[in-house]
Every structure is written in C-alpha cells, then in structure tokens.
Design a protein around this ligand. Sequence first.
Ligand code: PLP
Length: 385
Amino acid sequence: MIDRVYLDYAATTPVDPRVLEVMLPYFNEIYGNPSSVHQFGQPAESAVEDAREVVAGVLNCEPAEVFFTSCGSESDNLALRGVGFVRQKQGKKILVTSKLEHHAVSKTAEQLRDHFGFTIFWLDADQGGIILPEQVDRALSDQVALVSLMYANNEIGTINPVAGIAEVCHQRGIPFHTDAVQAAGYLPVEVGSLGVDLLSLGGHKLYGPKGVGALYVRKGTPLLPHLTGGSQERGLRAGTHNVPLIVGFAEALKLAAAERDQRILHVRPMRDRILGSVLEEIPDTKITGHPENRLPNHASFVFKGVDGNLLLMLLDADGFACSSGSACKTGSPEPSEVLSGLDLSPEWALGSLRVTLGSATTSDQVTRFLSVLPGLVQRARSLGN
Ligand SMILES: *Cc1c(COP(=O)(O)O)cnc(C)c1O
C-alpha cells in the first residue's frame, strides 16, 4: 500500500477536529429550529447568533452585516445578482470583472449578461495575474452596477490589491465585491482595512465543513434576496439555518484568524522549496501567477508540451494528489480561462500543475514529491509526443 500524500488544499481541506467537535451537538442534541420560539429553538438561535458574532469579530464588522449562505458559490451569486438587480433599476447595467475569477463569479456575470440585460467589462490581468486599481478606475463609469474582483486566485495563487481597488470604486460610489473564499485561510479579512462592500467566504477551504459560507454586506449596500421565503437572515436569504455547519464555519474562521501566522510559517518554507526546486530541476517550466505576491501555501506551474491531466494521473498513481488548472476533456483539450487570460499559448497552458499545502503537509512529503516530479514530467512529455 502506498502512503498517499494530499497536496490539493486549495480544492478542499479536512475538517479540523476542534471544528468537528463544536458542530456535533447541533446535529441531534440541540436540534431545534432557530426560528422557533420554544425552548428547543432558543439554544439553536443563540448558536447561530453567536456564530455571527464570531464571524463579525474576524471581519471587524457588525454582526448584522454577516449573512450565512450554503457555500462560497452562493455568496458570490448573491453578491452579483443581489446588487446587480437593484442597481439595474437605477440604470446601471455594467458588471466589471475579469476572466480570472472563479466560475461562481464569471458564470454568474455571463448569465446576467445573456439573460438579464447586463453587459460585462472584462479586465485583463498582467503577467502575474494582478489587476491594478488604475485599470479598474479606467473601466468605471456611471453605468457600472458592481465591480467584482477576487482577493486571492484559487488557480494561480495571486493576491490582488483589493484595498486600492475598493478605493477607486468608492470615489465613484460603485459597490465593490471581492471573493475571499481562497484568501481567508491565510490573509487578513478585516473589511474596514480592505474597504470592500461585499466579501464572500466559504467553510471548506479553511478546515471548516463543506456546504456553508457567508457574505459580508456593508450596511447600506443595496441587495435583492435571491432565496425568497422565510425571514431568516433578516429577509435576505430564506431557508432554515443549517445550525451545525454555521457553528463549524465560525469556529474554523476564528481558528484561521487566530493561527494565521503559525499556519503561514508551517507552509511557506515548504512552498518556497517547491517553487525553487521545480524551476531549477525541470526544463521548460514557468511559475503561473505572481512569483512573490501569492498565497503562502500555493505553488503553480506550467510545463511546456505536457498534458496536464496525464501528469495528474501519473502523480496520483505514485500517491500524490495535486490539481491542474486546465479543464481538459478527452479529445478536445482546452486550457483554463485563467491561464488563457494570462496570455499563455496552449502548448504551455495545457501543462498546468497546482500544488497546494496545508496542515498535514510535512517536509518529508515535499521531499518525496520533489524527487518524483521531474521524472513524471519527463514521462508525460514522452508519452504525449
Ligand atoms: C472554492 C472557491 C469558491 C466556491 O466555494 P464553494 O464553497 O466550493 O462553493 C469560490 N471562489 C473561490 C476563489 C474558491 O476557491
């Protein structure tokens, strides 16, 4: 039996045992509906409101500005549709975003364009995947409904200058949303310093449970609910609260904020070793994303003339779970929109590899990974040609 190594923490993380422990009573002991007035509902309601305060503490905002959702994708959807539809009524129909966004943003923007009368202004990133405030500024006009640009990129790890972007948006009175689902595990998310109006979070990228997230909405930001029904979440998001998941999400976010420095110290040296070694040992290799301004647990590459999916399969067969940016389908490989957005030609962009580290990663695992990767890249190159 091989000892499997997980190097795909950007895809998802295991639930921290401390998080699991605080969730468990809310599945079957404290099972009341938080919206019920009786003694079964009350402790459930307290749990949700305590969780909201914890999240607000990390974001440094009012609890009333935190809305729980079913995932990071839903938070992104709520931000775009919710603000978009209100602003459209005021004659503002342009969405400013980029092709480097997670699909939860870019596909939502495309649906708003194709079916709801919006237009999209796609911003181009620089070579490192960064979008600059000056570029955003040039795209702004009185018709812009919303700007949505991610805090840190899941595929290439690049960190955007969110505070600067928020500033140019505010000079024009335009709401700014950022997807911080990937960033929140390692970067500060105080919304005051970031200056954002809306910020998406998700549980399972930071050792919390899957199927829960939150959207921060600055007081006064126009937002139409997209789930209508009960009056949960102050009428902005109907549906009985998922109490155990909300409790777990808040605990996970609290731990991420409290242990941020230690977590960075754990992963960054190993990540730097991967970046350095891969560039040195493997010919025709480039780092994707920004070389320094990137998430501390995130390494990503393209190898010229390599089938990225084949490389992933070879790695998996050797016990290493990594990811590729490209959404290859057999027969018609297409590079990912993020890598195409970085102006990489297909012969480079199809050979992508993302290696993301986390709590259980050890230096020994990284050493073993680095000892097999050059040979596997070579094999993928010879098999592909
Ligand atoms: C994972 C991720 C999402 C989606 O979050 P889910 O909770 O899986 O829906 C959105 N944006 C980014 C940047 C992500 O990494």
